[in-house]
Design a protein around this ligand. Structure first.
Ligand code: GLS
Length: 808
């Protein structure tokens, strides 16, 4: 198979010798006495070494060119496993394979020891990883900044169907992929007070100092020389923090108290998604990240530049959601208080430097912080935010004279019983560009959530539709499909130019190609069935329609609607009404925030229904349902290639974009979905005839709410729905009660349309030739959803950067 990648020129012999050398010198052992961890670490180092040379050359080229850099600031990254990625990107997959075999080592066993860094919650964190991948692949000079959490997203287990969370100590056996750089440590202040200097300048005297210690991992581009980095910061206490006298007196807890307090900052990822979480430690994390990142950015800027007026020409800081938005106040503080720039000059630099991506429409997900908390924790930053707001509101008052409501609407400070800082407002005011993540989302942002700002500065608002890495989600996840596509297209160029997939369109009419396409899906379903059996004991039929819903558990995503349909099918099968029933494997994956009570109940209900369905011999020939625990990037790589049907059934207007919808369509799954997020664009591209559309659109949702929504009417009108809700009441009365009387996400309103649409799915599945044709067309027309295109859009519309080619 020929893929356009950088071949290392290494032979299996070289590779094996280097592995043995790493075993000897890095692990201090030999092949005969090596443990599995020894072998895994030596393998990882051998692969890593293949990328170091490219990284050094990238850094040299960047130093020489002094280009404009993208600095991506994100509190979350879901990087996925590094071993499979780095083997592929270093072009050493095959030679490593041969070398391991020659040494008598099992590649699969070592692969299983590679732990994925789960430093994020869901789509937002995975998007960050896909964009880093695409930036490197497009030769864009970029650094990702984040937090090196000791504990990533919790590991999920089910006990009696309920989610139980376990800590994810992802570096327990060490992390062979990272380089520590303690010389680049930064100091981060908290608390304290401010003192007057001259003019608006003030001095902040922090009450507590914590050290930020960076380490980086390599982010290789695919098919190119560029290797960028992601730099993650870990909180460290200063060596003086250890209290020797307490220890001497036997007070061991007190002796390490200060260390624990400081180091808690990067201890754990907050396991929440799309919700606001106002906790002091979280604000500390955010300030910690942005301070370390900004100081590092300034350090890098100064390597080649000296004039602050060039800062915004050389530096773009992309804020991934509101979590890193404190960077706006921190840069102002550095420029005004520390560097002595006058306010207007500092503000012009700051505003030109930042760009902000908003990832939500849910008001409850827009972060705000109590003014009093910020005053205590970051007194100088609060003063700066107040001044930014004061000057901004003068601008608003000039534009809308006498309009106090407008001032209240746009103000960075929300008034009320408790004053709060609205981080999204600060982000818009302090940035040169704001973008949503799908066309519909960007339109709704400008029309609703950020309406006032879009009127004030229409030119500042953009759309950049999300995308996914075809390397991660096709080539690595679905090697069989990648091989078939490569064979048909002649080479692997499509992996970096995904629009080339359109050349597959004629193949949809070729019966032999369709047969092979089906064969790939079938083998992938077999793999999934095998893993499912091993992890859950549930037996899936690899010939059944594989119907997949994989995403965080959230009410707006409507996993509950999915469960209602399963119960509907269950009742029909029990009654012997199987005309519209085809054998299906219902696959769920996803975590719920530990404190999200309702989402956890829905999850438990799903597990309960699965139990009932799977245990019923009359039903299980038609229906199997499995909830794969601990959904993460690796599990996604297993499930997505096997999927035939992709469930994207959120209430219209709630899902900003979604990205599993893209990954699944790209792998030939057909979507059943609402007109929400990026579903709209997927349908536009793959064609309405190859997409199962149902449900209310955003205008209809608004109209229904306007009329006054009464879920009970649907219950009374629809006998089949009544039967389903009554069954749910038997399992969980509270959920059923909520559905009948509140149903915030209009589940019952969309039920009938959804069930009827699922019947259309079943009828379509009965015609395998036509289904396969639609599946191929989904893949062929999904080239747009490559993260490479997303990065090109950012480059053109927001970043205004050009690639820097690194010589081979
Ligand atoms: C999210 C949105 O909920 C998703 O729709 C979106 O695809 C993702 C990436 O843009 O961002 N926002 C969020 O807080 N978590 C997400 O996954």
């Amino acid at each position: 198979m020929t893929y356009a990648t950088t071949h290392s020129g290494t032979t299996p012999g070289d590779f094996g010798r280097e592995l043995l050398s790493n075993l000897y010198y890095q692990r201090g052992t030999t092949l005969e006495s090596a443990s599995a961890q020894d072998a895994y670490h030596s393998l990882a180092l051998t692969v890593r070494n293949r990328l170091v040379d490219r990284y050094i050359r990238t850094a040299a080229a960047h130093y020489q060119e002094n280009p404009r850099f993208i600095y991506y600031l994100s509190a979350e990254y879901m990087l996925g496993r590094q071993l499979d990625q780095n083997l592929l990107y270093s072009g050493t997959q095959e030679c490593a394979h041969s070398a391991l075999a020659a040494l008598g080592l099992s590649g699969d066993e070592l692969d299983a020891l590679d732990v994925e860094p789960g430093l994020g919650n869901g789509g937002l964190g995975r998007l960050a990883a896909c964009l880093l991948d695409a930036m490197a692949t497009q030769d864009i000079p970029a650094v990702g900044y984040g937090i090196r959490y000791d504990y990533g997203i919790f590991q999920q287990e089910f006990q009696d169907g309920a989610q139980v969370e376990h800590p994810d100590d992802w570096t327990f056996y060490g992390n062979p992929w990272e380089f520590h750089a303690s010389d680049d440590q930064q100091k981060v202040g908290f608390y304290g007070h401010t003192e007057a200097l001259d003019g608006v300048r003030r001095k902040w005297v922090p009450g507590e100092i914590v050290l930020g210690e960076p380490s980086h991992m390599l982010v290789p581009g695919y098919g190119t020389t560029t290797v960028n980095i992601i730099r993650l910061w870990k909180a460290r206490a200063s060596p003086q923090s250890f209290n020797l006298s307490h220890f001497g007196a036997g007070q061991y807890g007190e002796a390490v108290e200060e260390i624990v307090r400081s180091e808690n900052i990067s201890k754990v990822l907050y396991p929440d998604d799309s919700t606001e979480l106002g906790r002091e430690l979280r604000l500390k994390q955010q300030h910690f990240l942005v301070t370390c990142a900004l100081r590092d950015i300034v350090r890098r800027f100064r390597l080649c530049n000296s004039d602050w007026d060039h800062f915004a020409d050389k530096v773009v800081i992309q804020l991934n959601d509101t979590h890193p938005v404190m960077a706006i106040a921190e840069l102002m503080r550095m420029l005004v208080d520390e560097e002595g720039l006058d306010w207007d000059r500092a503000w012009s630099i700051t505003r030109r430097t930042f760009a902000y991506t908003c990832h939500t429409l849910l008001p409850e997900a827009l972060e705000t912080w109590p003014v009093e908390l910020m005053r205590r924790l970051l007194p100088r930053h609060l003063e700066i935010i107040f001044l930014i707001n004061h000057l901004f509101l003068q601008e608003v008052a000039d534009r809308y004279p006498g309009d106090d409501a407008k001032l209240r609407e746009l103000s960075i400070i929300a008034e009320g019983a408790e004053q709060r800082v609205r981080m999204a407002h600060l982000a818009v005011v302090g940035s040169s560009a704001v973008n949503g993540v799908a066309e519909l989302h960007s339109r709704l942002l400008a029309a609703t959530t950020l309406h006032g700002f879009a009127n004030l500065w229409p030119g500042r608002f953009h759309n950049v539709t999300n995308g996914v890495s075809p390397r991660r989600f096709v080539r690595l996840a679905n090697p069989r499909l990648a091989e078939l596509i490569t064979e048909r297209l002649g080479d692997g160029g499509w992996l970096t130019d995904l629009d080339q997939l359109s050349r597959l369109e004629p193949a949809a009419a070729d019966p032999e190609f369709r047969r092979r396409w089906r064969e790939v899906k079938r083998l992938n379903r077999e793999d999934l069935a095998e893993q499912t059996l091993a992890t859950t004991g549930v037996v899936l039929d690899p010939d059944a329609l594989c119907d997949v819903m994989i995403k965080r558990f959230h009410e707006y995503k409507r996993q509950l609607l999915r469960v209602l349909h399963v119960v509907t099918l269950y009742h029909r099968i029990r009654r012997g009404e199987v005309a519209d029933v085809v054998p299906r494997s219902i696959v769920f994956g996803g975590k719920a925030a530990p404190g999200y009570y309702v989402a956890k109940r829905i999850m438990k209900l799903a597990n309960r229904v699965a139990e009932v369905v799977n245990a019923d011999p009359a039903v299980s020939p038609y229906l199997k349902m499995v909830f794969l625990p601990d959904y993460n990037v690796s599990r996604a790589q297993l499930i997505i290639p096997a999927a035939d049907l992709s469930e994207q059934i959120s209430l219209a207007g709630k899902e900003a974009s979604g990205t599993s919808n893209m990954k699944l369509a790209l792998n030939g799954a057909l979507t059943i979905g609402t007109l929400d997020g990026a579903n709209v664009e997927i349908r536009d591209r793959v064609g309405g005839e190859n997409f199962f559309l149902f449900g209310l659109d955003t205008a209809e949702v608004a109209a229904l709410r306007g009329r006054g929504y009464r879920p009970r009417d649907h219950y009374e009108r629809d006998a089949e729905l009544r039967e389903v809700v009554d069954a749910v009441a038997g399992w969980d009365g509270e959920l059923a009660d909520d559905l009948m009387h509140r149903d915030e996400y209009l589940t019952l309103a969309d039920f009938r349309a959804y069930v009827d649409c699922q019947d259309r799915v079943a009828r379509a599945w009965r015609d395998p030739e036509d289904w396969t044709r639609m599946s191929i067309l989904n893949t062929a027309r999904s080239g747009f959803f490559s993260a490479d295109r997303t990065v090109r859009d950012y480059c053109r519309d927001i970043w205004h950067v050009t690639p820097v080619y690194v010589p081979r």
